[in-house]
Design a protein around this ligand. Sequence first.
Ligand code: APR
Length: 322
Amino acid sequence: FKRPKIALIGGGQIGGVLAQLCALRELGDVVMYDIVEDMPQGKCLDIAEASRVDGFDVEVKGTNDYKDIEGADICIVTAGLPRKPGMSRDDLLTTNANIIKTVAENIKQYAPDSHVIVISNPLDAMVTLMREVTGFPHNRVYGQAGVLDSSRFASFIAWELGVSVKDINALVLGGHGDTMVPLVRYANVNGIPVMELLERKYGDAAKAKEVMDAIVERTRKAGGEVVALLKKGSAFYSPASSAIAMAEAVLRDQKRVLPVCAWLDGEYGVNGMYLGVPVILGANGVEKVIELSLNDEEQAMLDNSVNAVKKLIEDMKRLGFL
Ligand code: APR
């Protein structure tokens, strides 16, 4: 019996939290690759030396050699630059596309049977490029964005209603950018529609809508809110937690229903494109895309998001990446 092997490509802010969470949950042995010499080795040694205190029996090792990712079951990719204040995720396109291309070539060479979870931004474009360069089947290449966007949406709803976030179900569709689509109509507290609870709280439908509009807007801009506060770099704890939830669903074949940046082949009226949608995530990666019936307003917002992602894909084609 062998423990699963998890390769983390990129050992920066998110990569470090990923490694620690993999260890704490004993998801498998971890190898962290980064181009910066000695840094991943140092970070991993630091995490591994807490094994007695935290009580985990997995290896955590850093490397500057892609050969060490050989045999990985899952690669989680965070290589690339994060945003600085005032930047949009799309501003990272050229720099990160160059990095992801190299990363993808090496994953293809050294871990040809692995699943790949991409976190690097602009997310939808980087997942597309990863899949194109590796040539892996679409169900094995997917991106983390929706789990985090939905967790942010759920957190804001819980804080507003003063109830446990564990009872909130809230879903965000679409691309990982300002056009993302928080689905208000489907948001609920243990089955009770959120809008009904907001209307009870305020005794006024118009006020309830105003409060929800503000939550939706905050959700769309939540990444930027953190960037503005951190000043150097972007969110890292929550993206790492979100990707670990996805990795765990795959490694433990949980068949979880999670919003994932997945390949669409006609679903939602979208043909041949990566986009954030709910899927069943299990041992075969994206096992099924779950379609929801959207009303006209929701469909229009999704179409808008599709167009924003299409624009990024066009830019990548123009720049010769695709
Ligand atoms: N190969 C491997 N690693 C690389 C490469 C490369 N070619 N180029 C850069 N890196 C590494 C950097 O050395 C750094 O350690 O990627 C790491 C990125 O870490 P951070 O700068 O700390 O960024 P982080 O906050 O982890 O975010 C990474 O995820 O959410 C997205 O927008 C975010 O694109 C960014 C990515």
